[in-house]
Design a protein around this ligand. Structure first.
Ligand SMILES: NC(=O)C1=CN([C@@H]2O[C@H](COP(=O)(O)OP(=O)(O)OC[C@H]3O[C@@H](n4cnc5c(N)ncnc54)[C@H](O)[C@@H]3O)[C@@H](O)[C@H]2O)C=CC1
Ligand SMILES: N[C@@H](CCC(=O)N[C@@H](CSC=O)C(=O)NCC(=O)O)C(=O)O
Ligand SMILES: [Zn+2]
Ligand SMILES: [Zn+2]
Length: 379
């Protein structure tokens, strides 16, 4: 029986308050309005950014909300005026929209899109500035324009990437955030050249994807830095050629790296969200040209600092969101690359669980062995 035009009641994990366990609730999901798409979510992974907002440290965090932004599913119904997807299409919801019409999209200089960002940051849909989620009439905020910890979600049409229907959704859900972020930080933001020396701070999913991207770009050395020595063995499979544990050294880690590389690395990537490490990542770069890319998300109130002399003498400090990928245009391309075995995805999935086990899944995520935990969303 078609559910088009009907309110759907389904299960979702609701964050009622910061840091309190998520609660599986029966949630009412309203039909999509003009320019909106309702998606049946089949699989979602957990990302550290979900945990960050849940912790209460995200200045944009609103409660109660439905978190989640790394997922894949099938279009259930579309609102008026939606032309690029239809019911039955396999899709990845994209927290970074791409409208192709706004000043940002037309600039050719960024993957950021301005069309719906104001609404997604306020936890509502652009049309009427209201939520499509409610529990017995009480509105529940959206998150990052995706809210994939729900069996059904409503997103803006500019936030939907249509993908190859043959692609396994329990794997390609990862292409909604962490893996593209690392690959794109190397390919789009830094534009690493063959022969470069690269330093990757933090060997979680994002850092490993940076290493994978650097290897593919022809880097001569990929130095992985992590305080957890358990990370090193696995990282070799993703392209890391050398390991440094800051705990093994008395000197500041930037000095250790400068000494190891005859003056500094060509490119560094901070994939942790720690502002002291961001400084070290900049200062381990080679004088005259070294570029450091901030990928990690630091909490509200945190600030970066360095001596301006570091920049005067030619080092460059950059940041990246979703690895600079244009979501609707390039996520399908990434799925195709995965299908052709040109990029890894399966290797990042270390745990598979269900929506009902989501609190336990977050505990695994914070444990050292987990890269990505994928939740099966439907019963
Ligand atoms: N800019 C963007 O578009 C995106 C940013 N992120 C952010 O990227 C960051 C990394 O994400 P994941 O890889 O999933 O996290 P993760 O927690 O799996 O990996 C972080 C790694 O850093 C290591 N680490 C922690 N403190 C360290 C220190 N002081 N020195 C060296 N290593 C240290 C940990 O042992 C861990 O291996 C998070 O902050 C996340 O929010 C995630 C996705 C997109
Ligand atoms: N609301 C947060 C923003 C955190 C942030 O920087 N998010 C990244 C994506 S992290 C994904 O896992 C991003 O792409 N930012 C660009 C954007 O438009 O949000 C805060 O204020 O700290
Ligand atoms: Zn993420
Ligand atoms: Zn746009």
């Amino acid at each position: 029986m078609s559910t088009e035009g009907q309110v759907i009641t389904c299960k979702a994990a609701v964050a009622w308050e910061p840091n309190k366990p998520l609660v599986i609730e029966d949630v009412q999901v309203a039909p999509p309005q003009a320019g909106e798409v309702r998606i049946k979510i089949l699989f979602t992974a957990l990302c550290h950014t979900d945990a960050y907002t849940w912790s209460g440290k995200d200045p944009e965090g609103l409660f109660p909300c439905i978190l989640g932004h790394e997922a894949a599913g099938i279009v259930e119904s579309v609102g008026e005026g939606v032309t690029e997807v239809q019911p039955g299409d396999h899709v990845i919801p994209c927290y970074q929209a791409e409208c192709r019409e706004c000043k940002f999209c037309k600039s050719g200089k960024t993957n950021l899109c301005g069309k719906v960002r104001g609404a997604t940051g306020a936890g509502v849909m652009m049309n009427d500035r209201k939520s499509r989620f409610s529990i017995n009439g009480k509105p529940i905020y959206h998150f990052m324009g995706t809210s994939t910890f729900s069996q059904y979600t409503v997103v803006h049409d500019v936030s939907v990437a249509k993908i190859d229907p043959q692609a396994p959704l329990d794997k390609v859900c990862l292409l909604g955030c962490g893996v593209p972020t690392g690959l794109g930080a190397v390919w789009n933001t830094a534009k690493v050249e063959p022969g470069s020396i690269v330093a990757v701070f933090g060997l979680g999913t994002v850092g490993l994807a940076v290493a994978e991207g650097a290897k593919a770009a022809g880097a001569s050395r990929v130095i992985g830095i992590d305080i957890d020595p358990k990370k090193f063995d696995r990282a070799k499979n993703f392209g890391v050629t050398e390991f440094v544990n800051p705990k093994d050294h008395d000197k500041p880690i930037q000095q250790v790296l400068v000494d190891l590389t005859d003056g500094g690395v060509d490119y560094s990537f901070e994939c942790i969200g720690n502002v002291s490490v961001m400084r070290a990542a900049l200062e381990c770069c080679h004088k005259g040209w070294g570029t450091s890319v901030i990928v990690g998300v630091a909490a509200s109130g945190q600030e970066i600092s360095t001596r301006p002399f570091q920049l005067v003498t030619g080092r460059v400090w950059k940041g990246t969101a979703f690895g600079g990928f244009k979501s609707r245009s390039q996520v399908p391309w990434l799925v195709d690359k995965y299908m052709k075995k040109e990029i890894k995805v399966d290797e990042y999935v270390t745990h598979n669980m269900t929506l009902g086990e989501i609190n336990e899944a977050f505990r695994y995520m914070h444990g050292g062995d987990c890269l990505r935990c994928v939740l099966k969303m439907q019963d």
